[in-house]
Design a protein around this ligand. Structure first.
Ligand SMILES: *Cc1c(COP(=O)(O)O)cnc(C)c1O
Length: 415
């Protein structure tokens, strides 16, 4: 299957590149819509969408058009000057999201760092926490990125090992899981958060569904209870929707599955339309106004090229019906997976086109992904027993039907 050209390119990666990933052995060189091609011209259905960064599909023609036109006109200015695309973009993002203020960054981790800084400033300047005492509560199993501060509060030893000393001020509570055995809804998680709250708590930062953690889906009502707990204790609720946001779960934002509004929202991945790294921290003015000139920044954040592409990416969520397609096709794909009725599948969970398939412990999810690759489907495991299916949100029923036949064939070989 893998020929000399691919072998050669993979070898170069191993010689010249830091080996901080373990990719599937396939060298890609073309993408269009839901499909990818390797250097030998073999075609694959993309069922992981660059961890949700490619929700719009690969090289969306309208996004590529905007990218090229803006690149020819004005690409990078820094924020030392105002630009037209930036002003239009933040107005659009604010109106769509319902948050009055936007701080533009590039990668997800940077936007998480921005949220941490915003939460701490609010804690000191609005809530009156004593200097250097602010605490942020995070969840067990979280994934928020790879900076030293962020890995410092990861629960995964692999992410932390050898990278200390870490910055303090983070406390870890239990996340909520549909499979937990709480007698009252979310008692364990909400109780553990409650136990960690003190006068120094400025924020709770969590993912509404844990993506890298294994598509862990909380019980219904958890976010509402968390919202109430934060409000009652004058604590900011900040949601990391870098992966769950922008239609991935069948709503614009995952928090809309419950009747709540967080105080801060972190976006990234799909915000760049699958073309550029674009991220943002959103909140109300009371929180955001604690940033003043000099307190935070980014050379590339909000650049005209990124702003134009992100603006168009937001428009296309509606023009391409990504929200309803994610909801409908997500339900369809989940049901098809459940209907396979295979013993090897322990659970199918998630929301919209963000589906985690928990396999029997005896099966290696990585090996299943390798076998799927040979059948023309690209998916990626999270942890050792979960396969994530998160195709571009433009996927059609026929494409899912094709994939299901292949998935069935592959899983049957593992029984
Ligand atoms: C991917 C991701 C991040 C980190 O984003 P990067 O762009 O890789 O820095 C943070 N939080 C969540 C929930 C993510 O899925």
């Amino acid at each position: 299957m893998i020929n000399n050209l691919q072998k050669n390119l993979i070898e170069k990666d191993s010689i010249y590149g830091a080996q901080n990933y373990s990719p599937l052995p396939i060298v890609l060189n073309k993408g269009k819509g839901v499909y990818l091609w390797d250097v030998d011209g073999n075609k694959y259905l993309d069922m992981m969408s660059a961890y949700s960064a490619v929700s719009h599909g690969h090289s969306h023609p309208e996004l590529v058009k905007v990218l090229i036109e803006q690149a020819k006109k004005l690409a990078i200015t820094s924020r030392a000057f105002y630009t037209e695309p930036f002003s239009h973009y933040i107005e659009k993002l604010s109106k769509i999201s319902g948050f009055s203020s936007v701080l533009a960054m590039n990668t997800g981790a940077e936007a998480v760092e921005t949220a941490i800084k915003a939460a701490r400033r609010w804690g000191y300047f609005s809530k009156g926490i004593k200097e250097n005492k602010a605490e942020i509560i995070v969840a067990n199993g979280n994934f928020h990125g790879r900076t030293t501060t962020i890995v410092g509060f990861s629960s995964d030893p692999e992410y932390r090992k050898g990278f200390g000393p870490f910055s303090g001020g983070f406390l870890e509570a239990d996340y909520c899981n549909t499979n937990c055995e709480c007698s009252k809804v979310c008692e364990k998680s909400i109780g553990s958060i409650k136990n960690l709250i003190s006068k120094n708590t400025c924020a709770v930062i969590v993912e509404p569904i844990q993506g890298e953690g294994g598509i862990i889906t909380p019980q219904k009502g958890w976010l509402e209870q968390l919202r109430k707990l934060c409000t009652d204790n004058n604590i900011l609720l900040i949601l990391d929707e870098i992966q769950s946001g922008l239609a991935r779960t069948g709503e614009l934002f995952a928090f809309q599955h419950e009747n709540i509004m967080p105080d801060g929202l972190i976006l990234g991945k799909a915000l760049g339309g699958g073309l550029l790294p674009v991220s943002a921290f959103l909140s109300n003015k009371e929180i955001m106004d604690h940033f003043n000139p000099g307190s935070h920044g980014s050379t590339f954040g909000g650049n005209p090229l990124a702003a134009s592409v992100a603006s168009k990416a937001l428009d296309l969520i509606y023009e391409d019906n990504l929200i309803s397609n994610s909801k409908e096709m997500g339900e369809y794909l989940s049901n098809q997976l459940i209907n396979l009725n295979l013993k090897i599948i322990k659970e199918v969970r998630g929301k919209g086109l963000w589906i985690g398939v928990e396999l029997d412990k005896k099966v290696s999810a990585k090996k299943v992904c390798l076998a799927l690759m040979r059948e023309g489907i690209l998916a990626k495991e999270t942890h050792s027993t979960v396969i994530r299916f998160a195709p571009p949100l433009i996927i059609k029923k026929e494409e899912i039907d094709w994939a299901i036949v292949k998935i069935k064939k592959v899983l049957n070989d593992f029984i």
